[in-house]
Design a protein around this ligand. Sequence first.
Ligand SMILES: Cc1cc2nc3c(=O)[nH]c(=O)nc-3n(C[C@H](O)[C@H](O)[C@H](O)COP(=O)(O)OP(=O)(O)OC[C@H]3O[C@@H](n4cnc5c(N)ncnc54)[C@H](O)[C@@H]3O)c2cc1C
Ligand SMILES: NC(=O)c1ccc[n+]([C@@H]2O[C@H](COP(=O)([O-])OP(=O)(O)OC[C@H]3O[C@@H](n4cnc5c(N)ncnc54)[C@H](O)[C@@H]3O)[C@@H](O)[C@H]2O)c1
Length: 482
Amino acid sequence: MPEASARPSTIECDLCIIGAGSAGLTAAAGAAQLGAKVVLIERGEMGGDCLNTGCVPSKSLIAAAHMAHSFTAGLEMGVGEGLAPRINFQAVHDHIHGVIGQIAPHDSVERFESLGVQVLKESAKFTGPDQVVAGPYTVKARRFVVATGSRAVVPPVPGLRELEPMTNETVFDLTELPEHLLIVGGGPIGLEMAQAFARLGSKVTVVDVATILPRDEPEAAELARKKLGDERIVLYENAKLIDPKRTADSVSATIEANGEDHQIAASHILVAAGRSANVNDIGLTAAGVEFTPKGITVDGRLRTSNRKIFAVGDVAGGPQFTHIAGYHAGIVIRNALFGLPAKVDYAALPWVTYLDPEVAHVGLVESEARKQHEDVQILVEHFDENDRAQTEKRVEGFIKLVLTKRGKVVGATVVGPHAGELIGIWGLVISGKLSLAAVAGMIAPYPTLAEISKRVAGSYYKPKLFSPLTQNFVKLIQRWLP
Ligand SMILES: Cc1cc2nc3c(=O)[nH]c(=O)nc-3n(C[C@H](O)[C@H](O)[C@H](O)COP(=O)(O)OP(=O)(O)OC[C@H]3O[C@@H](n4cnc5c(N)ncnc54)[C@H](O)[C@@H]3O)c2cc1C
Ligand SMILES: NC(=O)c1ccc[n+]([C@@H]2O[C@H](COP(=O)([O-])OP(=O)(O)OC[C@H]3O[C@@H](n4cnc5c(N)ncnc54)[C@H](O)[C@@H]3O)[C@@H](O)[C@H]2O)c1
């Protein structure tokens, strides 16, 4: 490697991307492989939140918790009597970081350099509408992509910030299992962590100012609430955290819920109460880019108020998921490299909360559909009607379809085993504008959980198919058939 001083301090390129998380990496890999000259600037770990402090560590922790739970989950089938898992939390920590280490090469500087991307491990800041300064470099580009992500918000509860609570950036560094974990926030992060730590043996208390999983169907939240209760997680909804304090070996606080005060003494506190976009200290004003604390203001093509600058992923102020970060990157590549007016379309936006049972959704929930469409129809099937779910003793859960008056699918929710895998077909139905008949007519292998999709689709046609009219018609044509 040449000395830094020997490098030119001004770099010119087609696309300069700030942030090497899911959004920035996908944009960089795609653009470089299409032949563009790309500079990618990252100030922290390559891979951003998803790899280092988000999806990958959380799903690895959940996998360990699932293993622990499986010791007792088979009791009803006569398996596991007298068994109890012994948890070595240092080893759980090592498993989490081992998985990160396995995936890291895919997101590494070396891999991106091998794709032809110039990677600068610096903090980037716009100094004008068409240039960025990153350490000793000035980068001038035809187009810029801001992919700086988001970080955990510590809500303005007096005393909370002073406690220095854990966030997603620190919780995966724990090497000892918390005895009692207090979680502030009952969104996807809070609930996934609540069930995982509880299954590994922590006592867990969750407090939310509102209700849990507010973006999902109320029935889905209700089932999650019941399951968490069954697993002895204490959940306070529509509740207020008051006067949190750190004592020598615990965190004490009052939780006001249902007109009563509950005193809590927890060993650890985790904040998972939403995210704020990384919009500060990157020179957006100098670049003429408008933003709010929720994120950078973008149009449907993900263009900012400076038409040469795009924003993607969590910082773009919309849905905050890794798959959306990747989707955004594809939209920007079409706009920035090909000049095509590609726009985001969230009609088939899926998300999954990795509880057990999983809560998966795509498109509109019923209440949203009722605001947008007349005469919405609802179809529901339960897993207790599914033979595979019966064999596995995993019958809690359901599929719910939201349809327009004409039978077009605009939303689907699956709560149950492998719901995240089962929701895929409904994303395809919505994005591909397929009819319910396509799903009702498929041959689903028996016995699979996937049969629930065929069954719910078939239920749409059942009243017409098995009606007196059809029955009379069948009787009639029997007379004519040879
Ligand atoms: C605990 C947790 C679990 C999650 N689980 C899931 C899940 O299961 N499924 C899912 O789809 N999503 C999940 N998410 C959300 C997902 O992680 C994010 O939506 C995704 O990582 C956003 O990617 P991004 O590229 O927009 O931002 P980030 O991954 O945050 O990347 C932004 C990058 O920009 C860098 N950066 C910031 N400012 C600068 C600067 N000035 N100069 C240079 N670099 C800069 C940062 O260091 C960072 O690396 C989870 C999130 C958390 C916190
Ligand atoms: N499985 C997944 O796909 C997954 C998993 C984790 C995170 N994520 C992404 O990360 C984002 C952030 O997740 P999150 O759970 O931090 O945020 P969130 O905004 O989804 O949920 C935050 C919760 O905290 C509550 N809250 C806010 N202020 C509070 C206070 N003062 N006291 C108590 N509760 C309070 C809110 O009512 C809400 O229920 C999600 O929106 C999601 O896009 C996705």
